[in-house]
Design a protein around this ligand. Structure first.
Ligand code: TYD
Length: 395
């Protein structure tokens, strides 16, 4: 049974940065109610009413995985490790973005699947790219044209697809007998531990745990045999899944992580009700801190126009009365306005200057990289604000 535990209010599509804030474009802005629920049978956390993927993943999709040095390195190292462990003859990625992972494999071996046309266009010259959503039709098409796939990789994508049945059946259809499906997604355990409730937004239809993934894949003749903790996006899990009949042994680290999750209560609805109270308190503290700083006439901006901050801004009702603007290195976010709260986005060159007193870390998942990069800002007295793992000022 699905039970609601958190209501994050009226939210826009996290990636729908507005080109203009004219009356007409504001009238067309899409909103939905973001309610999170917990399935008491398979322990899956999900968005209650998922948004139609056709309005989420368009040819204007803003996220570029290669924008961050951290992610460039993370994908390179993942590719190297997976190549060594599984020696795949054919590799396919579902949600290949700008090719940041696949470019680490020989061109001839790879197949890219990416529904956002602007991103698919970036990889199609380099390797075989299918500019489509992952579904049964595409899986059948690929299976007719190519040999079966030994390694299917999907980072921050499977959790975005509402229809898990079709997703996993279509994967099983194309996976070779010794093949492995490797999924990476933000970990539910970390979300609860570090209070990153901003991992809840329309695209993250699901926030997985080892507990829920192991329950779900069983329904599709697959099995979870290993899991690895990775630091991406504030704490993610890398799941290793294969066909049920395969002889891959269940690893001790999988058992260990499952036990940790049970101890944390990720199989218990009461844990999530408690978390919801913590989220409400975090909101009150953040708004109180920003209000105090504004009263002192401090200039506050936000650093990194992340999808995650769409949740925070709209839930906490933070608009440009609090933040002068948001800075972001991504060219196609600059000059636009944040979804729902309509705060202008500038390039760091224009906006991250001497006049800034405080910068809210929208991209808290790159805290280390940002602290390194912005040493001079900190030295001259500039401060960061974060809500992860609790609302505080970083000196
Ligand atoms: P991302 O990690 O993809 O978060 P989300 O999935 O919530 O959108 O986004 C990070 C954003 O932060 C991205 O737009 C690039 C931006 N960014 C900066 O502006 N400066 C930086 O130094 C870094 C590391 C990222």
């Amino acid at each position: 049974m699905k039970k609601n535990f958190l209501n994050l209010g009226k939210q826009p599509i996290a990636n729908s940065f507005l080109s203009s804030i004219s009356k007409k474009s504001l009238k067309n802005e899409y909103f939905y109610r973001l309610i999170m629920c917990f399935d008491t049978e398979n322990f899956l956390v999900s968005v209650k009413n998922p948004v139609n993927p056709k309005i989420q993943y368009t040819d204007k999709y803003a996220h570029r995985a290669s924008e961050s040095l951290t992610m460039l390195k993370a994908f390179k190292s993942a590719a190297k490790k997976l190549q060594k462990r599984f020696k795949p003859r054919k590799v396919m990625e579902i949600g290949s973005n700008d090719g940041v992972f696949l470019k680490n494999f020989p061109k001839k071996k790879v197949i890219a699947v990416e529904p956002c046309k602007n991103l698919a266009n970036l990889t199609k010259k380099k390797f075989k790219t299918y500019p489509s959503f992952w579904n049964k039709k595409l899986s059948n098409k690929i299976s007719k044209k190519h040999s079966k796939v030994d390694l299917i990789f999907s980072s921050n994508t499977i959790s975005h697809i509402p229809n898990l049945k079709e997703t996993f059946e279509s994967i099983n259809n194309i996976l070779s007998d010794r093949g492995v499906l490797v999924i990476e997604d933000p970990s539910l355990s970390s979300v609860l531990k570090i209070n990153s409730y901003d991992q809840f937004y329309d695209e993250h239809v699901y926030v997985f745990s080892a507990l829920s993934i192991s329950n779900i894949v069983k329904n599709y003749q697959l099995k979870l045999f290993d899991v690895e903790k990775i630091s991406n996006h504030g704490g993610s899990l890398r799941y290793f899944i294969t066909k049920k009949k395969n002889s891959f042994k269940i690893t001790s680290r999988l058992n260990k992580i499952i036990n940790e999750e049970k101890r944390q209560g990720l199989n218990n609805f009461a844990t999530f009700k408690k978390f919801a109270k913590k989220v409400e308190k975090s909101k009150q503290k953040l708004v109180a801190l920003l209000t105090t700083l504004k009263k002192k006439n401090k200039k506050i901006i936000s650093y990194g126009a992340t999808y995650k901050s769409t949740t925070v801004f709209n839930y906490c009702k933070i608009d440009n009365k609090f933040f002068h603007y948001v800075t972001d290195t991504t060219k196609n976010k600059q000059g636009k306005f944040t979804p729902g709260m309509h705060i202008p986005i500038l390039s760091p060159e224009k906006g991250f200057n001497e006049s800034v007193d405080y910068a809210y870390l929208g991209a808290w998942n790159f805290k280390k990289e940002i602290m390194n990069k912005e040493k001079d800002y900190l030295k001259r007295g500039g401060r960061f604000i974060t809500h992860v793992p609790r609302v505080k000022i970083i000196k």
